[in-house]
Design a protein. Structure first.
Length: 160
């Protein structure tokens, strides 16, 4: 199978969102996606882009994405966060994930980051094995902490 990894374009937004929704279904959170095409277009391709996205294209169809954005570590300095690396189900095991991850690592290296970090859901053993085979340290003793919109509002309401 042949594929190309490239930087995304604004015209890719509908297919990017489709893959985001496919990932949500895979992670058993099919109703959790709130982002819209319009928001992705503004946030990724507007005046001040909040993220960079690589796409994997096969036969003029986007079949994988890797979405990254900059972060800062108080211990290390600039880092790159990989929000999602997603390969459409029928293209898994073809080398596409490796090619996308390679693009992310090269991008991070070019930016001069001190670390590239991401989360992986604990039951996705196939992804965990893939990341570990690439030399990534899956830190199983850390928990991800989130405040969603309602939690933010509640926090602020109760902090007065």
């Amino acid at each position: 199978m042949s594929f190309t990894i490239r930087d995304s374009k604004i015209t890719d937004v509908p297919e990017i969102l489709s893959l985001i929704k496919e990932l949500a279904v895979f992670e058993k959170e099919e109703n959790a996606v709130e982002v819209t095409e319009q928001q992705l277009a503004v946030d990724g391709f507007g005046e001040n882009p909040l993220f960079h996205c690589f796409v994997a294209e096969s036969k003029s169809k986007i079949v994988g994405i890797a979405l990254v954005y900059p972060r800062y570590s108080t211990w290390k300095g600039p880092i790159l966060h990989l929000e999602d690396l997603m390969v459409s189900e029928k293209f898994r095991g073809t080398g596409l994930g490796n090619a996308l991850l390679t693009s992310v690592v090269k991008h991070g290296n070019n930016l001069g980051v001190k670390r590239i970090s991401w989360e992986v859901i604990d039951w996705n053993e196939r992804a965990i094995a893939f990341y570990e085979s690439k030399g990534a340290n899956v830190m199983r003793d850390w928990d991800v902490v989130h405040l969603d919109e309602q939690s933010i509002a509640n926090f602020l309401k109760n902090s007065n």
